[in-house]
Design a protein. Structure first.
Lengths: 218, 218
């Protein structure tokens, strides 16, 4: 096992990713597109939340596009298309996260000048995406109360990396035995003074506040 | 970027893992311990399911131990201890899966001759653990209906790797708009003739059938 080589190569890969991420951000900003990297576990409701946020934004005259990232298949991509959101599908093969290189290629396929907002849905897990910024204005992590009230404490890295955190599916709270105060307290401990946003993509609760926190509406 | 080197090194790492996994399985079997690698996303209910299965097994006179795998912290480990299950805590640091090497070290700490069954709870995600067998009799993947009815289709690799799949938290079904038949059909397509087991760690539904499928009870 080549431990030193592995660490050096990992540093190479992360440095290369950061360089490409900076390129992506420059490209997006030069076309006036605000962008959000949407991370979170399977079932946290990332896709539904993006669809609902896009609807709110459209009603305010904003033009929204999306990139759907998954290991394989195009389930989320189809949902975006079905909701009338121009989208690109990215499959990572065996990788558990998008990277700035994949996103760079997708940006070349999108007519960026036609959009105001781009949501990039990352691969569903809370570990791998943390190390690979994609070059977006915001990184947002979406969690669900079904993930248990110890889940923020278990995954500090991604909450440190993402400056916006959302507890989605709050419509399920009455059916679950989850200590929301513990989630809030764990989050506030990791990000001093940070607010855990509360939303329901189903009912629409909390979406206006979230859009303001993302600086996508006034 | 050193693409060829990366692929060669990855092959090295996987081959080394397989070798250690075979050692682990030999060690466990030589002491008469049956073992299960429990995989699944955050919030699928792996910890609660293991606690409940352990309780059922204890009531039949079986001695159960557990290994709790997490990126950081010891939340699950504490839950196992609180439930009276002798346990070892394993933190993977930045790795998104346990590997046979970490488990090998944990096995040296456990007095294997004192147990009949060992549950190893893997790090919570559906991508990374697939490639790293730990050397257990069974690999089981636990999913929750809150993860959406497209989730099996999105993660074929882990369902191919694990010969037991469980839809847990079926007590939540009345509150969710999830097509269980689609999940069952997608699973049967990936593993010809495979049964998606249905359980609730909360109510206890489906646990006797699952224990029989794992050959842990008659």
């Amino acid at each position: 096992m080549h431990k030193t080589t592995t660490i050096e190569m990992e540093a190479d890969v992360l440095a290369e990713n950061r360089k490409l991420a900076a390129d992506n951000l420059r490209k997006l900003r030069s076309k006036g597109v605000r962008s959000v990297d949407v991370m979170g576990s399977i079932g946290s409701g990332k896709t539904a939340l993006i669809v609902r946020l896009a609807k709110e934004l459209k009603s305010k005259g904003k033009r929204v596009a999306a990139i759907a990232g998954d290991v394989t298949g195009e389930d989320d991509y189809r949902i975006f298309k079905g909701a009338g959101i121009p989208s690109i599908n990215l499959n990572t093969g065996k990788e558990c996260h998008l990277d700035a290189h994949l996103v760079n290629e997708a940006l070349d396929e999108l007519r960026l000048e036609e959009y105001d907002v781009l949501f990039i849905e990352n691969v569903g897990n809370l570990v791998c995406p943390a190390d690979f910024p994609l070059g977006t204005d915001h990184r947002m992590v979406v969690i669900s109360p079904t993930e248990g009230d110890d889940m923020i404490n278990k995954h500090p890295m991604i909450f440190l990396e993402a400056e916006i955190a959302v507890l989605n599916k709050i419509d399920l709270l009455p059916h679950l035995d989850v200590d929301v105060d513990r989630l809030k307290a764990d989050y506030a401990k990791i990000r001093k003074g940070g607010t855990l946003h509360m939303t329901s993509a189903k009912s629409g609760a909390g979406l206006p506040e979230l859009l303001r926190a993302l600086h996508l509406t006034d």
